[in-house]
Structure formats: structure tokens, C-alpha cells
Write a protein that binds this ligand. Structure first.
Ligand SMILES: [Zn+2]
Length: 300
């Protein structure tokens, strides 16, 4: 975990514009939140400025925060929110008190292992990330029998005017696994709501299995991980082909890997698609040198 000064140096290397510089300063100013979230900030220090709140804490959080600091159930939720509000720097909501203009709209899988805010440090800046999630990270919904751009995603991208639209799949996705099982003939006894969520994925998985990009002669998990990436591409393709999505949006596809399927760090988002481009060499040309290892694919 880099400290604020490292973040400062790292971002300065990118040589971004003044607008980005403002964003960078906001990051640095609010970096304390991330530190608290990741357990490297002693909460007694956080609470020093808020003595009253600290006194009201009913557990002894006088050590770095980690999952063992909290109770289960309702009390745990209250404790976690107390730590969150104590950790927020002054002015955290100032720029977005009455409106939002998120730079990025992401759709991620709802899987509890996938940190939609964490992977792009969304929590460091209120208003940075618009973030619908669903099982299988779909940007496609079915409305009255027709495939349309998912309303939650479209709201962030077009109504809230995000410059960037991002689809993030993840390794070992249960929704893709279920779609794979259905596509390969297994009968699943899912409730209607879940069946509807899987319908789009079953079509995509079926198509992926028939394509020459997915190696099906391997373990199921490896097939499923390839299908995860394939699904990201199909979601991006649908967005590109839709009239509902403005041409000026940047569209990016990633796979979040917490298993090492891409043979790198756990929690990394691997870039697999930029505006429909999936060629590794082409993608690598579009990222700074030090991020080229973020461009990976397990598809053929
Ligand atoms: Zn999933």
C-alpha cells in the first residue's frame, strides 16, 4: 500500500493535465480514507479529532482496523459506518454536495470478493465512480423480450455523463459458471428472477463455447475464466453497437483476478478491451510502459 507521498510521485509521472492535477490533490487529501479502509491507520488516531465519537464507540478499536475489529450482524454494520464517517476528511462531499458528474461508470459482478470501489480507489473521491453491479457484470438487460443497454449502467454513462464506461468481469464468476452449466445441458432449478439474470449470459456463453477463442479442452474453471473474459468483450460490443451510447464515451473492459488465473497479483484488473479493440499489442500501445503488464488475455 503506497503512502500519500508515493501516490503523489506516481501520479506526477503521468504528466496529466491541470484538471487531473486537481483530481490528484483530492486523492492525496483524502488518501487517509483508503489507509483506514485497508487497515493501516490506527483508528485511535483517526478518532482523536473526534473525541466525542470515539467515546461512543462500544468496542476497543485502538489498533489498526481489520475484519476482526468488528462484530457480526447489525452492530458490525454500525461499527463499520462509524469508522467510515470518522475517517472521512473534511470537505469530502463539498464538490458533490448537490450534483454528481462521475468520471467513470463501471458495471461489476455483485460477487462479494469483487471490490467495485476498491479496485479503482473509488472511495477516495466522492462522485468519482457510478457503480451498478449485477451477477455476471452485464451491461445488457432484457426489456419486453429485447436486449437493451442496462438502465443502471446507462444512467451513469449518459444521464450522469461519465466520460468512461467500464465493464469488469472476474475470475471464478458464479453467474458465468451457472450460465456455462445451463449452456452445456445441466438443468438448474433457479428462481425466475435469477433465471432472467442468467438469460443474457447463457446466450453469450453458448456463443463463446462455439467460437475459436475459448479452449474447451481443459478444466471447467479454466473454460469458465475464458468465458468471463469473452463475456466482457460481448458486453462492450453491445455498448458499441447501441444507439443509446454516445460515440464520445471511452469504453474499457477488464477482468478482476483474485485467483492468479492471469498469473499476476491478486486483485489486479487486467485490461482486455478498449473500445472494442482486443489485440494485446494494440492495447499495450495505449497504456504507459509501466502498466503494460496490466494488459493480459487468456483467450485464444
Ligand atoms: Zn461473478
Amino acid at each position: 500500500m503506497p503512502d500519500s507521498s508515493e501516490t503523489d510521485v506516481d501520479l506526477r509521472h503521468t504528466g496529466e493535465t491541470d484538471e487531473r492535477e486537481t483530481t490528484r490533490r483530492r486523492f492525496v487529501q483524502s488518501g487517509a480514507i483508503g489507509l483506514a479502509m485497508l487497515g493501516v491507520w490506527d483508528v485511535s488516531g483517526v478518532a482523536d479529532a473526534k473525541t466525542t465519537q470515539r467515546a461512543s464507540m462500544n468496542t476497543a478499536l485502538h489498533r489498526p482496523v481489520n475484519k476482526h475489529s468488528f462484530s457480526n450482524g447489525l452492530t458490525g454494520l454500525l461499527q463499520r459506518n462509524q469508522v467510515w464517517t470518522n475517517a472521512l476528511p473534511d470537505g469530502y462531499f463539498s464538490d458533490v454536495q448537490n450534483s454528481q458528474a462521475p468520471s467513470v461508470t463501471t458495471v461489476c459482478c455483485s460477487d462479494s470478493r469483487v471490490s467495485q470501489e476498491g479496485m479503482f480507489l473509488g472511495a477516495l473521491e466522492a462522485g468519482f465512480l457510478f457503480k451498478p453491479s449485477n451477477i455476471g457484470n452485464k451491461a445488457i438487460s432484457i426489456v419486453e423480450g429485447e436486449r437493451v443497454v442496462d438502465g443502471d449502467f446507462l444512467y451513469g454513462l449518459e444521464k450522469a455523463d461519465s466520460e468512461n464506461g467500464v465493464v469488469v468481469g472476474h475470475t471464478d464468476c458464479g453467474a458465468i459458471t451457472a450460465a456455462y452449466e445451463i449452456a452445456t445441458g445441466k438443468q438448474l432449478n433457479e428462481s425466475p428472477g435469477i433465471r432472467q439474470e442468467l438469460e443474457v449470459l447463457v446466450d453469450i456463453v453458448d456463443e463463446g463455447l462455439k467460437s475459436d477463442r475459448v479452449d474447451t479442452e481443459t478444466k471447467d474453471l479454466k473454460v469458465i475464466n475464458q468465458l468471463v473474459e469473452y463475456n466482457v468483450h460481448r458486453q462492450i460490443r453491445f455498448l458499441l453497437d447501441s444507439d443509446a451510447v454516445s460515440e464520445e464515451r471511452n469504453l474499457y473492459g477488464f477482468v478482476y483476478d483474485f485467483q492468479g488465473a492471469y498469473e499476476g497479483m491478486r486483485g489486479r484488473t487486467y485490461l482486455v478491451n478498449i473500445d472494442g479493440e482486443t489485440d494485446q499489442c494494440q492495447l499495450k500501445q495505449q497504456v504507459p510502459n509501466r502498466y503494460k503488464e496490466f494488459v493480459q488475455s487468456i483467450l485464444h
